[in-house]
Design a protein around this ligand. Structure first.
Ligand SMILES: Cc1ncc(COP(=O)(O)O)c(C=O)c1O
Length: 384
């Protein structure tokens, strides 16, 4: 069986959901302009940080009156910074349907001990936003990376909400339309859809979020890396590239190169289209085979980045062991790296379909998926 594997492998077998594949044109020489060994406070460093901020604004279409900051500790840092700085002023609603959202629930309920209503749905499902009270502060993840379930749109979020919406959009930004007028805090990190380097978080604030920061001081102490105000006023420097602590200028350069590539494929529209086209390859494959399914129950909530799949064949004896064996086999043959489901998610596969992945590679991957499925089934019966 193993000998009958498909003739051609994906040119790039990197389908990890973060760090994600680098841009298709990536080569280390492209980082030659990095301000290495220079101060990030010098004009050269500050200009690059500012370019990263303004390039983000331009490509994502972020309104001119929203602040964009580069903050420490990746997406987690940005979400924590927002929650620790803004929550507690009013009741909160914590919305989660997979592992990362659940992590934010734990922080707010167990660490910050904030009065919060928790609304959760299982893997594959989503919480109904029509049931959420947006007069509370609402924390949610736009694209659940570990379940492949995304918010389909922001229609249920009222324009005249009294609370803030705090949205972890790390695997959605640059692949899905984010309704900025409905979102007060948006966070993401560079190593997802744009295939950048990890370490830095992007924190985007609406004017209402800034108003909260300037009018409310939490009861708990605020570590330096979370502090966004000085004397009750927003520290505007953070949102002009004066980072709180030292960023990696190599990672900054890499992000600038990725933004340039994003422009070259048509900006946000082009990036979204690439993810849509990619995801469709996998969705179609699932439609054509009765042994594999999208984990997302409602097609409207299917992620076009972290596509999560489950095996549904009755012949499979141990679902977790089988899925692991398929992923391991594909990795061993250099056909696909890192496509096992997230450790806390149901057994299955997770295939990144963000813009830096090529649909031709996903097409090739589907042949390998079929081969590995059949090979693992055969091995299962041989072992029995
Ligand atoms: C939805 C979501 N939130 C948060 C994180 C954590 O991101 P980071 O490692 O950039 O802090 C991830 C990472 O995959 C994620 O997918």
């Amino acid at each position: 069986m193993a000998d009958k594997h498909p003739a051609t492998r994906p040119a790039n077998p990197r389908f990890s959901s973060g760090p994600c594949a680098k841009i298709p044109t990536f080569e280390l020489e492209k980082l030659a302009d990095a301000a290495l060994g220079r101060s990030h406070r010098a004009a050269i460093g500050k200009d690059k940080l500012k370019a990263a901020i303004e390039g983000t604004r331009e490509i994502l279409g972020i309104p001119a009156d929203y602040r964009i900051g580069i903050v420490p500790a990746s997406d987690t840092g940005a979400v924590e910074m927002a929650m620790w700085s803004m929550l507690g002023a009013r009741k909160a609603t914590m919305v989660a349907w997979e592992s990362f959202g659940a992590g934010w629930v734990t922080d707010v309920v167990k660490q910050l001990k904030i009065d919060a209503e928790v609304k959760e749905a299982g893997y594959g499902e989503i919480v109904d936003f029509a049931d959420v009270d947006f007069d509370t502060d609402v924390v949610f993840t736009w694209n659940g990376t570990t379940s492949g379930v995304r918010v389909p749109n922001g229609d249920a979020i009222p324009a005249d909400r009294a609370g803030l919406t705090i949205c972890d959009a790390t695997s959605a930004a640059f692949a899905q339309d984010l309704p900025w007028d409905k979102l007060d805090v948006v966070t993401f990190s560079w190593q997802k859809v744009m295939g950048g380097e990890a370490a830095h978080g992007m924190l985007i604030l609406s004017p209402r979020a800034v108003e909260r920061l300037e009018s409310y001081t939490p009861a708990w102490p605020m570590p330096k890396i979370f502090r966004m105000t000085k004397g009750g006023k927003l520290n505007e420097g953070i949102f002009k590239g004066e980072t709180i602590n030292t960023p990696s200028m190599l990672a900054v350069e890499d992000y600038l190169v990725a933004l340039d590539w994003g422009r070259s494929v048509g900006g946000l529209k082009g990036l979204m289209k690439r993810a849509d086209t990619n995801a469709k390859v996998i969705w179609d494959f699932c439609d054509e085979h009765d042994w594999i399914e999208n984990l997302a129950v409602d097609p409207a909530t299917r992620s076009n980045t972290s596509v999560c799949l489950k095996f549904t064949d009755d012949r499979i004896k141990d679902g977790a062991a089988f899925a692991k064996a398929v992923a391991k086999k594909l990795e061993a043959y250099n056909a696909a790296y890192d496509i096992g489901a997230y450790r806390d998610a149901p057994a299955g596969l997770r295939i990144w379909c963000g813009a830096t992945v090529e649909d031709s590679d996903l097409q090739k991957l589907t042949l390998w998926l079929k081969w590995a499925f059949e090979a693992c089934l055969e091995e299962q019966s041989e072992a029995a």
